[in-house]
Design a protein around this ligand. Structure first.
Ligand code: NAP
Length: 247
């Protein structure tokens, strides 16, 4: 990497978000990440990143709320000395059910975090990136946003929307050397997928050409590539990290 960069990662306390923080720290980036409630897990991420000899700050913020996103962005800008080079919109939730049983609250909760949270963060951070004429925005979608999935009408809608926002913003900011891409993981071993029962897991496994689940580090490697200099001419793309699920 030609100069020292700094990255803001949402939902960095656990799972894929933690792996992203550690990988970007390994690439030499200073890190600010947020969590919603898991302060002990956040402390662990801080320690793992500090071991890579970078500066790290954990902030408690609910990204489904516009004012908390603004507070998070202001803290990051202050910590980084007036800029944010890389934004990774990783935080996300599921509230799965068949459509007939899905409550209004299940739709609202998922859209508030996955769709609106990503929107608030992109809007707030892109302002600084436009000023600096540099930026990398990486949004966490899902293969489910590309292919759909029974029992996830709300979640797949949010993840498909993330792809739409990614492509639109990519077109808006490309002339300022800001890239906006999405990563679409398949089945990755985290707390989110730990709740899937054995029968459902077996069925999912049949649909993965690799016949095995991915690791958070597999996704983090892809994010680091998109955040680095090697990806400077790639924008508006969706990279599936899914063992072939979406082929
Ligand atoms: P996870 O293990 O459940 O971790 C979610 C992270 O997001 C945690 O750090 C959590 O913080 C944070 N978070 C949740 N709601 C938040 C909110 N309202 N405000 C701020 N932070 C919040 O999830 P994961 O499996 O690593 O997934 C990460 C991303 O990848 C998500 O966008 C998910 O949809 C996507 N994805 C995952 C898979 C998979 O197989 N795991 C597949 C496709 C896409 P707290 O612990 O403090 O709540």
């Amino acid at each position: 990497m030609s100069e020292k960069r700094c990255a803001l990662v949402t939902g960095g306390s656990r799972g894929i978000g933690r792996a992203i923080c550690v990988k970007l720290a390994e690439c030499g980036m200073d890190i600010v990440f947020n969590y919603q409630s898991g302060s002990e897990a956040a402390e662990e991420t801080v320690k793992l990143c500090e071991a890579k000899n970078v500066r790290v700050l954990a902030v408690k913020a609910d990204i489904s709320k516009s004012d908390e996103c603004q507070m998070l962005i202001e803290k990051a800008v202050e910590f980084f000395g007036g800029r944010i080079d890389v934004l990774v919109n990783n935080a996300g939730i599921t509230r799965d059910n068949l459509l007939g049983r899905m409550k209004d609250e299940d739709l609202d909760a998922v859209l508030d975090v996955n769709l609106k949270g990503t929107f608030y963060m992109m809007r707030g951070v892109s302002k600084y990136m436009l000023k600096n004429r540099y930026g990398r925005i990486i949004n966490m979608s899902s293969v489910v946003g590309v292919m759909g999935n029974a029992g996830q009408v709300n979640y797949s809608a949010s993840k498909a929307a993330v792809i739409g926002m990614t492509k639109s913003l990519a077109r808006e900011v490309a002339s300022r050397h800001i890239t906006v891409n999405a990563v679409a993981p398949g089945m990755i071993e985290t707390d989110m997928t730990a709740v899937i029962n054995d029968a459902a897991r077996e069925k999912i496994m049949e649909s993965i050409p690799f016949k095995e689940m991915g690791k958070p580090e597999d996704v983090a490697e892809t994010v680091a590539f998109l955040a680095g200099d090697g990806a400077k001419y790639i924008t508006g793309q969706v990279l599936c990290v899914d063992g072939g699920m979406a082929i």
